[in-house]
Design a protein around this ligand. Structure first.
Ligand code: ADP
Ligand code: ZN
Ligand code: ZN
Length: 732
């Protein structure tokens, strides 16, 4: 009897997001990628279901041409998750499925890697051996070895018995060389860390509770409370129980130190997925997982889509971290995806942080998550004292420099005592604009409404929205003045100041600029860790979980920067950042010290951060959000229209706005706010951007959101795209 295959065609962001039926006469497994005729072309697609019948006209139905691999690439659990994503984020099924596959799979850029194996012909070998001269040590050694083992990898044989040995043996027909596909192993030279940690009572208690049964947990543990050891123990336990685990870490924290830790403990059982791998390595790690050769997956946010089966636990470290939100298409919140994946697989979900996301903590308080706490550092040291310095006061006393008197003094003491200091500049990257001092001209991108950022290392101007690069100019294009300057305090300026104040001190700098080379930030961190410099100056990149035992001073230069961002999470982010950076000081036996510079010293965020009082901060901030109707007590929806045709973008936005107004009358009292405007960055890559912001009460939010999705689908077409985002973190 004929069978039919239901296929999703692999065309991204497609208007054709439908399932097509094909005739299937080979044995192809569900979940395989297939080649199919489509119109008068051939297209790749995903076989998602096999049926006995079809509602299409059987005489017109076409045949699947062939499978693209001899194994299915998407499993049942993943398909369920993909369907969830489609619905939750209103994305095409194809876009959703693509999240689960390495891009190399579709673009075909990765070649299988082969290695040569020498297989011995015993009879020939013995005969050859008996005719060899006694001093042919290398050949004798190799043949003896092969007689015992039967076969060996050529490269290894050459290593052991001398280059060219396998060729000599093959030329003499003692061995046959065959070529066999192998999987690449990334990061071969990670150091081996021996670690015989005995868990503290607190740690053990947390491990026991989580291991006792399936559930969603929030682990709130202060910096240095030993959360990593808890994760390790949980992973070990899950393997003992015959299951598998996924561990997510912010990309920037995936340091060799962290990876070594996993590799040392779990060896080949662990697969690593992060952007530092080559395309081939990434693809092969993915394949190892798919083929069931791996028990633990460690990676940045996209590892949540790893094809691992029999999942027992998902752990998300630093769960509050902004990198868990994908802010380009397809947009998704990793924690929501993880919750759903855990539910589908019957796995536990563990979110860990010293400063939980307000939304996560709210869920813990309302018993959606079980709250577990670790309130002390493993070394029992109190958290280091945090001093707030009023920079307004400094100016009134005539100090207009970058450093306050207190910070300069503390730096001096730290340097003299031979310890290390970190100076933190509260900024994402190295943002320095090229500006004309005469007429105020600022260099802008031609494709986007954005200021260009100067990158000193490469000596170019870059657009951070479209990645276009421009030559640095020496003369203002507007008024031809040569009086140009780089605006805003950058890391380099701070480095210069330190070098001026302390001429003999070695300073390292870490920002987008110095880390643009491959492994750039690993190199800087390991230099600092090895004591090659006494001071590290950096942006938000240095805030994340690095463990530097000799750091006793942390200086926060311009704490207020993150406070004035337009997002409703600005205060929360500031609290998190300060707590995180502060946690870098005094992790070992040395007493640490933090100095924070601000122009608003009485702001509650600083007062509570200086007392490390997360709970008080949570209460204050949650209360404020509740009164002003912001998440988690409301939902914010951004509907973004982009098009090369500005009037089309504008008119469609207007049309949509009118429809939202109609919805508002239908859902009486559910809308807190509706507003339409040009986006903060009005044009990116020559596409104009207009947006509508909506704020909804929780009560009927889901119902209204699904109607907003439908409206969006009605209006988008080839000429205009529409993206709907829930609780967006960045509004560019
Ligand atoms: P967190 O992630 O909570 O900030 P870490 O996991 O980095 O904390 O632990 C802080 C330090 O304590 C690390 O240097 C770690 O090696 C050490 N540590 C953790 N657990 C133990 C333990 N049970 N015994 C001894 N040292 C520990
Ligand atoms: Zn000018
Ligand atoms: Zn641009």
């Amino acid at each position: 009897m004929a069978k039919f295959g239901r296929v999703i065609i692999d065309i991204a962001s497609s208007i054709i997001d439908k399932v097509f039926d094909y005739e299937l006469d080979e044995n192809i497994e569900v979940g395989s990628r297939v080649l199919v005729p489509f119109g008068n072309q051939t297209k790749e697609g995903y076989l998602i279901e096999i049926t006995e019948n079809t509602s299409f006209d059987k005489s017109k139905i076409k045949k699947i041409i062939k499978p693209l691999e001899n194994f299915p690439v998407i499993k049942k659990d993943q398909f369920l998750l993909a369907s969830f994503l489609k619905k939750k984020y209103n994305i095409g099924m194809c876009d959703s499925i693509r999240l689960f596959l390495p891009s190399e799979m579709r673009t075909g850029k990765v070649k299988d890697l082969f290695e040569n194996i020498c297989i011995i012909d015993e009879e020939k070998a013995k005969e050859y051996l008996s005719n060899l001269r006694k001093n042919a040590h290398k050949q004798i050694g190799a043949i003896t070895y092969l007689l015992e083992k039967g076969s060996a990898v050529s490269a290894e044989l050459n290593n052991m018995f001398g280059a060219g040995i396998s060729k000599i043996l093959s030329d003499n027909e003692v061995v046959k060389i065959v070529s066999k596909p192998i999987l690449r192993k990334p990061l071969k030279n990670l150091e081996n860390i021996t670690n015989n940690v005995v868990l503290t009572k607190t740690q053990q208690n947390v491990v026991d509770i989580i291991s006792a049964g399936q559930g969603n947990y929030l682990l709130h543990g202060v910096t240095g409370s030993g959360k990593t050891e808890v994760y390790m123990a949980l992973m070990k336990k899950v393997i003992q129980d015959g299951k598998t685990g996924i561990m997510l870490v912010p990309e920037i924290s995936l340091t060799p130190q962290v990876l070594s830790n996993f590799r040392s403990r779990f060896g080949d059982d662990v697969a690593i997925m992060h952007s530092g791998l080559s395309a081939g390595e990434r693809f092969d790690e993915w394949k190892r997982i798919l083929l069931g050769k791996v028990k633990i997956v460690v990676g940045a946010r996209s590892a949540i889509f790893a094809p691992i089966e029999n999942l027992g636990i998902i752990i998300i470290d630093e769960e509050h971290d902004g990198s868990y939100t994908s802010d380009s298409h397809p947009r998704y919140h990793t924690i929501e995806v993880a919750e759903e994946r855990a539910k589908i697989c019957g796995a536990s979900l563990v979110l860990g942080s010293a400063t939980p996301d307000l939304e996560a903590y709210h869920k813990a308080i309302t018993h959606e998550y079980k709250l577990l706490e670790m309130k002390e550092r493993v070394n029992k040291k109190p958290l280091p004292p945090l001093t707030i310095v009023d920079m307004g006061e400094e100016i009134r006393h005539g100090n207009t420099g970058i450093f306050s008197i207190a910070l300069e003094d503390a730096l001096k003491k730290t340097i003299e005592s031979g310890n290390q200091a970190m100076i933190f500049i509260n900024r994402r990257g190295y943002s320095s604009f090229l500006m004309c001092k005469e007429c105020g001209f600022v260099a802008k991108c031609q494709n986007c409404d954005s200021n260009l950022v100067y990158h000193k290392y490469e000596n170019v101007l870059k657009c951070h929205f479209c990645a276009a690069r421009y030559k640095v100019f020496t003369e203002c294009p507007e008024c031809h003045s040569k009086n140009l300057k780089l605006g805003s305090v950058g890391t380099q300026q701070v480095v210069n100041e330190i070098e001026y104040l302390f001429p003999n001190v070695k300073v390292l700098r870490m920002d987008n600029d110095t880390t643009s080379q491959k492994n750039g930030h690993y190199n800087i961190l390991s230099k600092f860790r090895n004591g090659e410099a006494q001071v590290l100056v950096g942006t938000q990149m240095i805030a994340k979980g690095h463990d530097f035992p000799a750091v006793t001073l942390v200086g926060i230069i311009d704490a207020d920067q993150s406070l004035y961002q337009s997002s409703y999470t600005a205060t929360e982010r500031t609290f998190q950042l300060i707590t995180q950076v502060a946690g870098r000081a005094g992790r070992a036996d040395l007493q640490g010290n933090i100095i924070l510079q601000t122009y608003v010293p009485r702001h509650y965020v600083y007062r509570l951060a200086s007392m490390y009082d997360y709970l008080a901060f949570y209460k204050k901030e949650a209360n404020l959000r509740e009164i002003t109707n912001f998440p988690p007590f409301a939902k914010i929806i951004r509907i973004l229209f982009t098009s090369e045709d500005e009037s089309l973008a504008k008119n469609t936005t207007k049309l949509y706005y009118d429809k939202v107004k109609e919805l508002q009358t239908k859902f009486d009292n559910q809308f807190i706010y509706i507003g339409a405007s040009k986006s903060p960055v009005g044009r990116i890559q020559n596409k104009y951007r207009y947006q509508i912001m909506v704020r909804l009460r929780l009560e009927k939010a889901d119902e209204i959101i699904s109607q907003l999705y439908n409206l969006a689908d009605e209006l988008k077409n080839q000429k205009i795209s529409c993206f709907v985002e829930i609780n967006p973190q960045s509004l560019s």
